[in-house]
Design a protein around this ligand. Structure first.
Ligand SMILES: Nc1nc2c(ncn2[C@@H]2O[C@H](COP(=O)(O)OP(=O)(O)OP(=O)(O)O)[C@@H](O)[C@H]2O)c(=O)[nH]1
Length: 449
């Protein structure tokens, strides 16, 4: 009897051991580890986005981007501005809720100019030029700025890069693992079409090159992602002057987007970069809705030494933009940057108003660059915004802000692919110098770590 029990126990132990061993083997096969795979997951989280160079600028007025459209006649010529002639304007149905109170205007008492030399002549109409009251700041050279941007993408990267590298570094991937790769891309906002394309290319490349090590897998991933960010459009910002009929013409840059994406901040940061490179800049505060917007822009202008043109009470934003460009031309400025009010892309009246701003400006100068500012933290919605804005004002470049605060940098891939508009700049913080050029390789490196 006791020998029977002995054999029963022996058989049970053998069966148990066999089950454990086969379980372990199956688990290992599902996640084949290449040598060093662990090391990839344990990579330190330091480093980040480091653009190889500074923000590049191109002269406006050239025809190598989209062909210049024939200017559309303004519905309300500037001479007949709605706030003075009582005519309804395109933006008059803009009685939609705003995220802040409409600015109640008061005349700003201008300080006596302290600097020597003649004061700029006031611009006629509804707009007043603002003279600086803050001391002009010294602006660091571009190299110093870029260095400080290190590490700003760490959140995006830890989500996107580490999970992808962890998966790909695990070797021969089974269908579940590929599904996980797909999920990682989707969660990072790359969108279904881009994700499918990237996964197909990854599968092809990994098997074609018989990838063996995590380092090789990383290289393939880097190449596939970087290639997916390539574009035919130029990434230089058209903010340098050009000549029209032998006369110097400032580059005109229009900055637009939905509320709170960072338009004013980006306009100010861009002015800083331009001024630091020796350009003279006029800022147009065509955001006549938000009480603080014009003040905010004025502060930026004062700090960098750029003139600011802002509207009087209930000024038509198109009139402010028009006068800013007029002032830029009169002063022989190099660039005029026009900050517009935030508007929901779903509000037709507001989008019409934006279209009018552009048309009115184009009565006297071509708009060389239309920058759409997208907040990276809004994810997929950014794409819908980009589509509508592009239809109304023919966007020529994207600025993706707040990349420092999101794990969803992947919207970059979608916006570029689906709109064919290059991402030109990225905002990596609230600081005055937290603006960097968009470079696909550097961006992917920062994501992957
Ligand atoms: N973290 C971070 N914050 C940013 C960035 N860019 C802008 N911001 C912040 O976003 C907030 C909104 O920025 P604004 O420049 O006022 O946005 P806006 O689009 O002009 O706003 P509206 O005129 O109301 O539409 C501010 O607190 C900025 O400091 C960025 O790249 N990173």
């Amino acid at each position: 009897m006791s020998s029977t029990w002995f054999w029963i126990v022996i058989v049970a132990v053998v069966v148990l051991v066999a089950v454990l061993v086969s379980g372990l083997l199956i688990a290992r096969r599902r996640r084949i580890s290449l040598e060093q795979a662990r090391k990839v997951e344990e990579k330190p989280k330091g480093g980040g986005y480091t653009a190889a160079g500074g923000i590049t600028f191109a002269p406006g007025g050239e025809a190598d981007a989209a062909p210049a459209a024939e200017p559309v006649p303004a519905e309300h010529p500037v001479e007949d501005r709605p706030e003075v002639d009582g005519q309804p304007a395109v933006g008059d149905d803009a009685a939609v809720p705003r995220d802040s109170d409409q600015r109640t205007m008061r005349d700003v008492k201008l300080p006596e100019p302290e600097s020597e030399g003649p004061a700029a002549a006031p611009v006629e109409g509804t707009v007043e030029p603002i003279e600086p009251v803050l001391p002009i700041e010294e602006i660091d050279p571009a190299t110093g700025r870029l260095e400080r941007l290190r590490g700003r993408l760490s959140k995006s990267r830890s989500m996107f890069g580490q999970s992808l590298l962890g998966l790909l570094g695990a070797g021969d991937l089974d269908e579940d693992s590929w599904q996980d790769v797909e999920d990682s891309l989707l969660i990072a906002d790359l969108g279904a079409a881009t994700t499918t394309q990237i996964v197909e290319r990854l599968r092809d490349e990994l098997s074609r090159r018989a990838v063996r090590t995590p380092a090789e897998a990383r290289e393939v991933l880097r190449e596939v992602l970087t290639a997916s960010l390539s574009t035919d459009g130029i990434r230089a910002v058209r903010a340098l002057p050009h000549e029209v009929d032998g006369q110097k013409q400032p580059a005109v840059v229009l900055v637009a987007g939905v509320n709170g994406t960072g338009k004013t901040t980006t306009t100010g940061k861009l002015a800083r970069v331009l001024v630091s490179q020796g350009s003279t800049v006029v800022l147009g505060a065509a955001d006549t809705f938000r009480a603080a917007a014009a003040d905010q822009l004025q502060t930026w202008g004062e700090r960098v030494g750029a003139s600011v043109v802002r509207g009087k009470e209930a000024a038509d934003p198109a009139a402010v933009a028009f006068d800013a460009v007029k002032r830029g031309i009169d002063e022989g400025a190099d660039a005029v940057l026009i900050d517009t009010a935030g508007r929901l892309h779903t509000k037709t009246g507001l989008m019409d108003e934006l279209g009018k701003v552009k048309r009115v400006v184009e009565k006297q100068a071509k708009v060389d660059e239309v920058l759409l500012v997208l907040d990276a933290t809004t994810g997929q919605n950014g794409l819908a915004q980009a589509r509508v804005f592009s239809e109304v004002i023919d966007v020529t470049g994207i600025v993706l802000t707040k990349l420092d605060g999101t794990a969803k940098g992947g919207i970059v891939f979608q916006v570029q692919k689906e709109l064919g508009v290059p991402v030109k700049l990225v905002g990596l913080g609230e600081g005055p110098d937290d603006l960097a050029p968009f470079e696909p390789g550097a961006f992917v490196d920062a994501l992957l770590g």
